[in-house]
Design a protein around this ligand. Structure first.
Ligand SMILES: [Ca+2]
Ligand SMILES: [Ca+2]
Ligand SMILES: [Ca+2]
Length: 390
């Protein structure tokens, strides 16, 4: 006879806590129209009563992230203050290259320092006579970076919910960071631009997953903290309007964005690389051929070494070194080269390298590969750091 009583109390408490069950609730990014006041935003959201729970603000694209019932999206979209509503999916932003993922992980100190083949191939070490990227601010938007004895990290941020730390609890971000900026010392490896100021922006968790709003928030941090260039060795097949708007706004802020074309092995470049403001990077192998895993397509701008790349690793809190393959590894070769370029006098003499000026310099100095001229595999060709700063 006690069962019905228990059931009634249980049912009542369900009603009191929230209307949303895990199945019904979905994270949505609500983008408001320009000029809409804070009060109007709150009213628009409050019209959904208990159904809307504010998660975070993204003033950068005039948006808030909310939890709301799936069936409320249509009515909220129709609100006059609202531009559009998009689902804030949680997904994996790293596409591992099957059997070529993390080889030869070593925790012993690598001595003496080695010049990784990719850094050597783009002749970055020959560019260092002129510049090693001093004072240029580079953000790695990824799983976090380090700590690692071969990386000097100047700062950063974590936008993931479970930690304030931008330390890497995966290994991807640390590997990418080493390709850009591993220190020129007696041990380990050396990056393309070893004197840059490296910033770790942690937008993905230890599984390489995150919400699109986390990536957007990370890019917002890059603008607020005046980065010169952003490395995005991350991507998705989803074409989020919010992500596109963000990439366009970052470009207007004058920040160079370099992104991985993807590891599908097919003709589909992932986002954000496929958005016009981003430099989309495909991967080459040691024979200057397109790597078998590299995504290709008309959106590819440049290619860079991406197979069997040796760099810094941090795994299970232990720093070391290891080999990874992917367009994720090609991308930081270009970001590092962009950093070298930005230290040089800019073409139109206004003292600032616009993203368009950087793109043009890379285009003029790349080594054409494959079919003559720009093509879907290599874009304008293989990056050449030495020529880029000549
Ligand atoms: Ca080193
Ligand atoms: Ca300029
Ligand atoms: Ca070509």
């Amino acid at each position: 006879m006690r069962f019905p009583v228990f059931s009634m109390i249980f049912g009542a408490s369900l009603l009191l806590t929230t209307v949303l069950s895990a199945e019904e609730a979905t994270r949505k990014i609500v983008v408001f129209k320009n000029g809409v006041s804070e009060a109007t935003k709150i009213t628009a959201l409050e019209n959904f009563g208990a159904k809307v729970v504010k998660i975070k603000d993204i003033p950068f694209i005039n948006a808030v992230v909310v939890n709301m019932a799936q069936d409320s999206e249509m009515s909220l979209s129709a609100n006059t203050a609202v531009e559009f509503v998009e689902t804030d999916y949680y997904e994996n932003w790293l596409e591992a290259v099957g059997e070529d993922d993390l080889r030869e992980f070593q925790t012993t100190i690598q001595e003496p320092q080695v010049l990784p083949w990719g850094v050597n191939r783009i002749d970055a070490e020959k560019a260092w006579r002129k510049t090693a990227g001093r004072q240029i601010r580079i953000a790695v938007v990824d799983t976090g970076c380090g700590p690692h004895p071969d990386l000097r990290i100047w700062g950063g941020a974590s936008v993931v919910s479970y930690t304030e730390s931008y330390s890497d609890d995966h290994y991807h971000g640390t590997h990418v960071a080493g390709i850009i900026a591993a220190i020129d010392n007696e041990f380990g490896v050396v990056g393309v631009a070893p004197r840059v100021r490296l910033y770790a922006v942690k937008v993905l968790n230890g599984f390489g997953s995150g919400f699109v709003s986390d990536v957007i928030e990370g890019l917002q941090w890059c603008v607020r903290n005046k980065m010169n260039a952003i490395n995005m060795s991350i991507g998705t097949y989803m074409n989020y309007q919010t992500m596109k708007l963000t990439v366009e706004a970052v470009n207007r802020a004058g920040i160079v964005q370099v992104a991985a074309a993807g590891n599908s092995g097919g003709e589909q470049v992932i986002y954000p690389a496929a958005y016009p403001p981003c430099l989309a990077i495909s991967a080459t192998n040691k024979d200057n051929e397109i790597a078998y895993f590299s995504s290709t397509g008309p959106e590819v701008d440049f290619s860079a070494p991406g197979q069997y790349v040796f760099s810094t690793i941090r795994r299970n809190r232990i720093p070391g070194y290891g080999i990874l393959s992917g367009t994720s590894m090609a991308t930081p070769h270009v970001t590092g080269t962009a950093a070298l370029i930005i230290t040089m006098p800019d073409p139109n003499g206004d003292g600032v390298w616009s993203p368009a000026e950087v793109r043009e310099r890379l285009k003029k100095t790349a080594t054409d590969l494959g079919d003559e001229g720009k093509d879907n595999l290599f874009g304008y060709g293989l990056i050449d750091a030495q020529r880029a700063v000549r």
